[in-house]
Design a protein around this ligand. Structure first.
Ligand SMILES: Nc1ncnc2c1ncn2[C@@H]1O[C@H](COP(=O)(O)OP(=O)(O)OP(=O)(O)O)[C@@H](O)[C@H]1O
Length: 215
C-alpha cells in the first residue's frame, strides 16, 4: 500500500483545556468548510432532544459498546459519569473516505491509547501549548464557563498534559500566544504542507503558582 500523504493522516490535537483548541478549529472550519471533518463518536449516554443517531453520536447500549471494545474497534475510549465515549476506527475512516482530513481533539488518555494501539492509522500529533501557566489560567477563568472548582480541576489535568508534552511525545508543538500567528502554523499543518516548522515548547515551569500536585 502506498504511504499516506501528509493530508490523509488523521490529525490528533491535544493540549490543556483553555489553551485554544476550539478557537483554532473554528477558524479552520470557517476558512475551509469542505476540507476537514470530525469523526462521529460512539456513546452509551441517552440522546438529548434533537440529537440524531449517526450525526451527533452513534448511540449504542453498554453491551454493544463493550463488544466493540473487545473487537478493538476503538481508537480511544473514555468514561465520564458512568457513560462510555469512544472514537471508532471506522468513524475515522468514514471521514477519510469523504476525502476530508480527519481531525481529532482528544485528551491525554486518548492520545496515549491511540499511540499504543493504533500506529497503523499514521496519526500526526499536535500539542497546542499555552505560552505560560499564567496565560492558561487567565484564559480558563476569562472564558467564564467554569466554576472555580472546575478551573482548578482543569489546571490539574493541564499539568499532566504538559508533563507528557515535555517528554516530546508530539510531532508538533503550536504555542497559542498570538492567535493569528498560531493559526497560520496550525493551518499549514492541517493542510498537510511539507516542512512545517514546529514551535518550541515553552518552559512552562511555573506550575506551583497555579496547581498543587501531590508527589
Ligand atoms: N491566542 C489567544 N489569545 C487570547 N485568547 C485566546 C487565544 N486563543 C483562545 N483564546 C481564548 O481562550 C479561551 C479558551 O479557548 P478555547 O475554548 O478555544 O480552549 P480549548 O482548548 O478548546 O478548551 P477546552 O479543551 O476546554 O474545550 C477562550 O475564551 C478563547 O476565546
Amino acid at each position: 500500500m502506498a504511504p499516506l500523504t501528509e493530508f490523509a493522516r488523521p490529525l490528533v490535537m491535544s493540549g490543556p483545556s483553555g489553551t485554544g483548541k476550539s478557537t483554532l478549529l473554528k477558524r479552520l472550519f470557517d476558512e475551509f468548510p469542505d476540507k476537514f471533518g470530525f469523526s462521529v463518536s460512539h456513546t452509551t449516554r441517552a440522546p438529548r432532544p434533537g440529537e440524531e443517531d449517526g450525526k451527533a453520536y452513534h448511540f449504542v447500549s453498554k453491551e454493544k459498546f463493550e463488544e466493540l471494545i473487545s473487537q478493538n474497534a476503538f481508537l480511544e475510549t473514555a468514561k465520564f459519569s458512568s457513560n462510555y465515549y469512544g472514537t471508532s476506527v471506522q468513524a475515522v475512516k468514514d471521514v477519510m473516505q469523504q476525502g476530508r482530513r480527519c481531525i481529532l481533539d482528544i485528551e491525554l488518555q486518548g492520545v496515549k491509547q491511540i499511540k499504543a494501539n493504533h500506529p497503523e492509522l499514521g496519526c500526526v500529533y499536535a500539542f497546542i501549548s499555552p505560552p505560560s501557566w499564567g496565560v492558561l489560567a487567565s484564559r480558563l477563568k476569562g472564558r467564564g464557563t467554569e466554576s472555580d472548582a472546575n478551573v482548578k480541576a482543569r489546571l490539574e489535568a493541564a499539568y499532566k498534559e504538559i508533563e507528557y508534552a515535555k517528554e516530546k511525545m508530539h510531532d508538533y508543538v503550536i504555542v497559542n500566544d498570538d492567535l493569528d500567528r498560531a493559526y497560520e502554523l496550525f493551518k499549514k499543518l492541517a493542510l498537510g504542507e511539507e516542512n512545517v516548522k514546529s514551535d518550541e515548547l515553552p518552559p512552562l515551569d511555573d506550575h506551583e503558582d497555579y496547581v498543587q500536585i501531590e508527589k
